[in-house]
Write a protein that binds this ligand. Structure first.
Ligand code: ADE
Length: 274
């Protein structure tokens, strides 16, 4: 049966969504993950939960050890990963409180370790030229969309986010430019998690929880406090979504999807013949 990894963004690190939660501390070749991982079940499906920023939310987006987080989930044998991430909206119709299931992402981060294949670990030899399109696993994305529909959660089926380095929010000029690019979202954690999951051959999809209109709308100015306030008010939606989505994921045969993702990961690696 499939084992599901859940990466909880700000506010979604509650182990109470799992039955029989057990904490597991893990070290990885890439260092320590953000916190211990919590293993348990949802609707009889084995799950592993990880708080991206740590359970105390004391790790800023640029300092999250994304590689250790992903490697820890991989070493516990998760087959697929669903994640959540707080985002600002760049479109009027994508309002705070809505969910959006991104189909791509524009990477504006500049100081994150974004590959396992950087020569620091002998278990990951060579160079990985992983395909970044499609960024998210479409079958998982569709499960999240149909679950949001079933749970009557207001959501958007498509759109891409711009992932900024942070920890500061965008300037108005940046926000206007991202908006003019056609992006629906701006956020600080969409990268490089999705790419690292690809390198490990793990199907991955994310859920954007919209918390604000960034700063392009004159009457709305994003602040840390406003983000956390809206997130707290909406976190139950994401929890409901994940509990229901895991039950659905458990009913599906993922073997072909997983095999295809693993093959793509393997074929992306170039190793010198000498
Ligand atoms: N996370 C939540 N809202 C955000 C915003 N406006 N910009 C970047 N990251 C965010």
């Amino acid at each position: 049966m499939v084992k599901v990894g859940i990466i909880g963004g700000s506010g979604l690190e509650d182990p109470n969504i799992l039955l029989n939660p057990t904490a597991i501390s893990i070290d990885t070749p890439y260092g320590q993950p953000s916190d211990h991982l919590i293993q348990g079940t949802i609707s009889g499906v084995e799950c592993v939960l990880l708080a991206r920023h740590g359970r105390k939310h004391d790790i800023m987006p640029g300092n999250v050890n994304y590689r250790a987080n992903l490697w820890a989930l991989y070493s516990l044998g998760v087959d697929v990963i669903i994640a959540s991430t707080a985002c600002g909206s760049l479109k009027e119709e994508v309002a705070p409180g809505h969910l959006l299931f991104p189909d791509s992402v524009f990477d504006r981060t500049n100081s994150r370790k974004a590959t396992f294949f950087d020569g620091t670990f002998s278990g990951a030899p060579g160079v990985s030229h992983i395909q970044a399109h499609p960024t998210y696993n479409e079958k998982l994305r569709q499960v999240l969309i149909s679950t949001a529909e079933k749970c009557k959660l207001v959501h958007h089926r498509t759109g891409f986010g711009v992932c900024i380095e942070g920890p500061r929010f965008s300037t108005k000029a940046e926000s206007m430019v991202f908006k003019s690019w056609g992006a629906s979202l701006v956020n600080m954690t969409m990268m490089p998690e999705c790419i690292l999951a690809k390198e490990l051959g793990i199907p991955y999809a994310t859920t954007a929880l919209v918390t604000d209109y960034d700063c392009w709308k004159d009457e709305d100015q994003v602040t840390a406090a406003s983000v956390m306030k809206v997130f707290a008010a909406n976190v139950e939606k994401a929890k409901t979504l994940f509990i229901e989505a895991v039950a659905e994921i458990g009913k599906i045969d993922w073997s072909a999807e997983i095999a295809q993702t693993k093959t793509a990961a393997r074929q992306s690696i170039m190793i010198s013949p000498d």
